[in-house]
Design a protein around this ligand. Structure first.
Ligand code: SF4
Ligand code: SF4
Length: 211
């Protein structure tokens, strides 16, 4: 019990009480870097880029509140695959970089990416002595992909994803079209009846008509 305020030495007693209370509690201080911290699965350490999924739609760069995503691209013409078809144009990625000295780890870029090209990695040991080194170019962003944990298992009670239902519908339609295009199996030609054996007894001549 601490003495009432204003009593001589009450401040000292109060401070000692806090010290005693803290001393008896279990310490939560991590001994990093001697011991690696036990990070939560969804830790926001660094952003990895899965380049093959990126269509250069620019959504992440536009939505980033810090304007720290830099994307350069050019257009390429893809020739038509069918005779008489139209050529298509597609974006080719030239540069994709994130400046982690500006990034505030809000995760908006990952949320808005419609093609699953950006992921959180729990990796956090990328401090630099030169701030310019904190701009990670596409090769480095790709390297982070190897440290991205596998996604958690799906909840068995969850609704079926819309993509799966759409894929199943397309597969069923395709199977039905293929089945309709296949030729119907032809019936086998009838085989000739075997000739009955001639009777061995009785009249053998032509049957006579009645009177
Ligand atoms: S986490 Fe936020 S701040 Fe960082 S790059 Fe993505 S959108 Fe920008
Ligand atoms: S939002 Fe995704 S697909 Fe679009 S440019 Fe960014 S990373 Fe690429």
């Amino acid at each position: 019990m601490t003495p009432p305020p204003g009593f001589p030495g009450s401040g000292l007693a109060k401070g000692l009480a806090v010290t005693l209370r803290t001393m008896t509690k279990k310490s939560v201080t991590g001994r990093y870097p001697d011991t690696q911290p036990d990070l939560a699965p969804r830790t926001r350490g660094v952003i990895g880029l899965f380049e093959e999924n990126c269509t250069v739609c620019m959504l992440c760069a536009r939505e980033c509140p810090d304007w720290c995503i830099y994307i350069d691209s050019h257009k390429e013409t893809v020739p038509a695959t069918t005779p008489g078809g139209r050529d298509r144009s597609r974006n080719v990625l030239d540069r994709f970089a994130i400046d982690f000295s500006l990034c505030m780890y809000c995760g908006i870029c990952i949320e808005v990416c419609p093609f699953d090209a950006l992921f959180w990695s729990p990796e956090f040991e990328y401090a630099e002595t030169d701030i310019r080194e904190l701009t990670h170019e596409r090769d480095k962003l790709r390297e982070w992909m190897w440290t991205v944990p596998a996604p958690p298992a799906l909840d068995p009670a969850a609704e079926e994803p819309k993509e799966l239902a759409a894929a199943r519908k397309t597969a069923d339609k395709l199977a039905a079209t293929q089945a309709a295009a296949e030729p119907e199996p032809q019936p086998e030609p009838p085989t000739a009846d075997p000739q009955p054996d001639p009777p061995t007894t009785g009249p053998t001549g032509p049957k006579r008509e009645g009177p």
